[in-house]
Unconditional design. Structure first.
Lengths: 173, 824
């Protein structure tokens, strides 16, 4: 009989010990756990400091996407109505989050680092159509002091669609 | 067949005709020699140096001329000390080419690095990205990294509109000169040129309006970089995102083989939509080219036009939407009552399957089949048209071509190209036209006549007295084109008869590469003739007397106010169309039809080649294909017609129409290897045109080949008109304001904005008119305000009136042209 009692005490001792261990559960959603630095959550379309959109509508993200979740339709910039540097911008940019597998290939493919995956993971929808994030929902807010797009810009200033690459040696004549 | 030469390319033996370049021979041997400036349809220039290869020839003994042999007996090959451009090196017997050596690889890498020093590498935003020869060749042969800082690069204008249709990016241009040479050699509109020298060489346009050519779109196909792009496709989609549907252009009787590139379009609610038109190779028809009208207007009407979406029936004087069942039952009821009082007025825009069903239904009720056209002679093109296996490319020395009453480039641009090429190969070209046209540059004999006196030309030709007549009679093969220049129904019928007589009496009927070609106003007029539709001399009179009128793909009321008035006489009017046309607005029942890009079928072109087109985009809800509507109607009238499958419909047609006997879709799908070898994998060789994997079509046998006896018709009586004063003559211009092209925003800036006429300087002087003056043109009871353009090429005493540009004119008539005094 003592043998059985011993087993009970042994078992309960584990329970008792774990009562004083630090908790691993979080009281989500009141409490939120920080994500890892390279966590891949929902996308954001970035802007430059002057408010222009980084996205040039090249569709390479859509080409890289293994789930066919991205749709891009490009249009032409003018200096009167400029959305991004260079000639081309994304008039339509949509990501279907029912399809997206958060692989991050779009981020790799982007020549202007416009599309990035963020740490936001709270994606829930009550309607299928809500799962399609349009450009307005994806674009990050205009930086403080900058103008929203479209902007009227100085002719000849934003001709290069791809930002200057930092890996070139500085050239001195 | 010309002399054959055998050479060795990278160890592969290949036999090609003498006179070929090494690049062409290598393409056939499936060895890739990269090129930028070379194009198999253009003269080689050797500008880009991309095709450098090692070239070796068998060494010959200087004294004896014998080939020096190695110890094993093989010929000793001596290689040139330096690399040669394969595009300017012609094949020779025993030649040895090496393309895989260290030296060649090094040369290619260096040339690419050199080209990229002034290329912006903005591939992500470039319309060519994904189908770009420079991109592909850089990936295949180029350096992986650049030794050239970005700041060193030339920065030039990124958006230089070369005319309304083409945009040049100076930065991307690698000065290969393909576009300049295409315009000079093939289009013969030398409106582009290279300006400046050295690093400051630019492409410029020298014409006013800029890039004034009907062929400009083709330069974007052969541009090996993204320097030339079209306004139609600018930033619309990336090439890899689109899928393809094979089709035919339906804007003229050439029937160019085209490919629609399709992708979802946000503008149209995410529907699948055509993004651009690309040429599809068919060396029998359009080679690898298409004209700008086809490229920039072939699908817009279907996609952007205000289409009918549901059947309409008239109730209390107004059209209201109705169900298909209600509309069809009402039509069937009216047709049953009309019986033989039914007239079916169809146009050559319909496919053969549609026209066949229409013909069957009309015959079933004992009605009359009327073709809406102003050009006659279809029974003669059927009897003595181009024979089986005909190929315009086979015409050359010893052959003759007569072009009668046609401004070929305006009426059917590709025919102009093919005739011109035949003349360049040595065929005798005879052009009979009242005014000079572009095709005349290559004519051996020019027969000038006065409008309305076509009969005199034929009298002389049939008498065989003149040098031109003898050249035609003597020719081994004779092709006669007759077109739309100043012809009406009666005269064109006489022209066709006279031409048929010439062909039959000189022994040119019933054999390949000889025959009669009518340059029809619509794409499938030949098919309509074959299905039994015939024009009537007095359409207004006919329309006035009908009990029930079934108008399909035609708009008589919109074409002519007199016909609109005549329609009032029809007891019951049914219109089957894409749009709510003028005629449809007067109809009792309107049936919405699908556009040709939404369904399949076949067209018979003016060379009598039957070709198939495929559904490209899903049809919108509501409209039905024409043949299906007719079949549904026929079912209500106790006639069984094929209404589901065009293949079955074509089978039924082939069983009944003599010329189409035994043909099936399988026959139309036959393809063969055509030179130059077009491939989407080797874009640098021929450009971005699509290869033909869907079928080259079949040339119908003419009546002589079918074994029917065709007696030469009597020399026809040409209608004689006694004209007093000024004569207005209808002519055809490529860019008009027709219903189909008017929906294209892309082509809109090139279309005439207002009605205009051409007059000779002396006529203008007599009438007191200045160039660019506004005048009042009175034709019978109708009057128009027109812009006068003084043109020295126009004969005196006539006003040339372009068709479908605001003035209604189907037959040459006497008119008044008066200056309009501007209101002060």
């Amino acid at each position: 009989m003592f043998k059985e009692l011993g087993a009970l005490v042994k078992g309960l001792s584990v329970t008792f010990k774990s009562m004083f261990e630090p908790k691993v559960t979080f009281q989500y959603p009141e409490q939120k756990r920080p994500v890892k630095p390279r966590y891949r959550g929902r996308h954001v379309l970035r802007r430059y400091e002057n408010g222009l959109e980084r996205c040039i509508g090249c569709s390479l993200c859509a080409a890289a996407c293994p789930a066919d979740a991205i749709f891009v339709e490009a249009a032409e910039n003018t200096d009167e109505e400029r959305y991004s540097p260079g000639e081309r911008y994304a008039a339509v940019y949509e990501i279907n989050y029912l399809r997206c597998i958060f692989c991050g290939y779009c981020e790799d493919a982007c020549p202007t680092q416009a599309i990035v995956l963020t740490d936001q993971y709270e994606l829930s929808f009550t309607d299928r159509w809500d799962a399609i994030y349009t450009k307005e929902r994806l674009l990050e807010p205009v930086p403080p002091g900058a103008r929203p797009t479209p902007q009227k810009t100085e002719p000849g200033k934003f001709v290069n669609p791809i930002p200057e690459m930092p890996d070139f040696p500085e050239w001195k004549p | 067949m010309s002399q054959q030469v055998t050479l060795t390319i990278d160890g592969k033996q290949v036999t090609v005709p003498a006179g070929w370049t090494v690049v062409d021979a290598a393409r056939v041997a499936n060895v890739h020699i990269p090129v930028f400036c070379y194009h198999p349809k253009l003269e080689p220039v050797g500008m880009c140096r991309m095709c450098l290869v090692e070239v070796g020839l068998p060494e010959r003994d200087r004294a004896t001329g014998e080939i020096v042999r190695n110890e094993d007996g093989s010929p000793k090959i001596r290689f040139f000390p330096k690399l040669q451009t394969a595009c300017t090196t012609y094949v020779q017997e025993g030649m040895v080419i090496r393309t895989t050596t260290e030296q060649v690889a090094r040369a290619r890498k260096d040339i690419l690095e050199f080209l990229l020093t002034s290329h912006p590498l903005d591939c992500p935003i470039c319309d060519k990205g994904g189908e770009c020869p420079l991109q592909n060749l850089t990936m295949a042969y180029g350096p992986g990294t650049s030794r050239f800082p970005y700041e060193y690069k030339l920065h030039l204008e990124k958006r230089v509109p070369l005319g309304d249709l083409i945009i040049l990016d100076r930065e991307r241009c690698i000065i290969c000169g393909r576009c300049v040479r295409f315009q000079a050699e093939i289009a013969e509109d030398p409106v582009l040129s290279l300006d400046g020298r050295g690093r400051a060489t630019y492409i410029i346009t020298t014409s006013d309006p800029p890039f004034d050519s009907y062929w400009s779109g083709n330069t974007t196909d052969i541009c090996p970089v993204g320097a030339l792009t079209t306004t139609d496709f600018r930033f619309d989609a990336r090439p890899w995102e689109m899928h393809q549907a094979a089709s035919l252009c339906n804007l003229c009787p050439v029937g160019c083989n085209i490919m629609f590139d399709i992708r979802r379009e946000p503008e149209l609610g995410g529907r699948f939509a055509v993004q651009r038109v690309m040429p599809r190779q068919n060396e029998y028809v359009n080679e690898i080219w298409i004209c700008d009208k086809g490229r920039f207007a072939a699908y817009h009407f279907a996609q952007y036009g205000e289409r009918l979406t549901q059947p309409l029936v008239r109730e209390n004087g107004k059209l209201r939407p109705a169900s298909w069942r209600e509309a069809l039952e009402r039509v069937a009821q009216a047709f049953r009552e009309a019986g033989s009082g039914l007239v079916t007025l169809a146009s050559g825009r319909l496919s053969n399957e549609d026209l066949f069903n229409l013909a069957r239904l009309t015959d079933h009720l004992g009605g009359r089949k009327v073709l809406d056209t102003f050009l006659a002679g279809g029974e003669w093109t059927d009897k003595v048209g181009l024979g089986r296996e005909s190929d315009l490319a086979a015409l050359g020395e010893g052959d003759a071509i007569l072009v009668m009453a046609s401004d070929l480039e305006e009426e059917a641009p590709i025919f102009w190209l093919r005739v011109k090429e035949a003349a360049q190969r040595g065929a005798t070209l005879v052009v009979a036209n009242p005014r000079p046209t572009k095709i005349e540059r290559h004519a051996k004999h020019v027969l000038r006549y006065v409008y309305g006196e076509e009969g005199k030309v034929w009298e002389a030709l049939l008498a065989g007295a003149s040098e031109a007549a003898q050249a035609l009679a003597r020719a081994e093969n004779l092709v006669i084109f007759y077109g739309q220049e100043g012809l009406d129904l009666a005269t064109s019928d006489a022209v066709a008869r006279a031409a048929a007589r010439l062909l039959l009496t000189t022994g040119h009927a019933g054999k390949p590469n000889s025959g009669l070609v009518a340059v029809w106003p619509r794409n499938n007029d030949q098919g309509a003739w074959d299905m039994g539709f015939r024009p009537v001399a007095d359409l207004a009179d006919t329309l006035r007397q009908v009990k029930a009128l079934y108008v399909v793909a035609a708009d008589p009321a919109g074409d002519d106010p007199h016909l609109a008035a005549a329609l009032e006489g029809a007891d019951f009017l049914v219109v089957q169309d894409l749009f709510l046309t003028e005629t449809a607005q007067r109809a009792d029942v309107v049936l919405p039809a699908q556009a040709y890009i939404e369904r399949g079928g076949t067209y018979t072109n003016a060379l009598r080649r039957v070709q198939r087109f495929f559904p490209a985009v899903p049809p919108p809800e509501g409209p039905q294909p024409d043949f299906a509507i007719v079949a549904a109607l026929a079912r209500l009238l106790d006639l069984n017609l094929e209404g589901r499958s065009t293949a079955k419909g074509f089978e039924a047609l082939a069983a009944q129409v003599p010329a189409y006997q035994g043909l099936t879709y399988k026959d139309l799908a036959r393809v063969e290897e055509q030179f130059p070898l077009v491939s989407r994998e080797v874009l640098d060789y021929t450009g971005t045109a699509y290869p033909n994997g869907q079928g080259l079509g079949v040339v119908l046998p003419n009546a002589v080949e079918r074994g029917e006896t065709v007696a030469p018709p009597e020399a026809p009586e040409f209608p004689v008109r006694a004209f007093q004063g000024l004569l207005a003559v209808p002519i055809t211009r490529l860019y008009d304001r027709g219903t189909l092209v008017a929906w294209s925003d892309t082509l809109a800036p090139r279309l005439p904005e207002e009605a205009w006429v051409w007059v000779a300087p002396e006529t203008a002087r007599d009438l007191g008119l200045q160039d660019d003056a506004t005048a009042r043109l009175e034709i019978g009871d109708l009057a128009y305000t027109v812009r006068v353009r003084v043109n020295p090429a126009v004969p005196g005493g006539v006003v040339l009136v372009p068709r479908s540009v605001g003035v209604v004119l189907f037959t040459p008539v006497a008119v008044h042209l008066k200056a309009v005094v501007p209101a002060s």
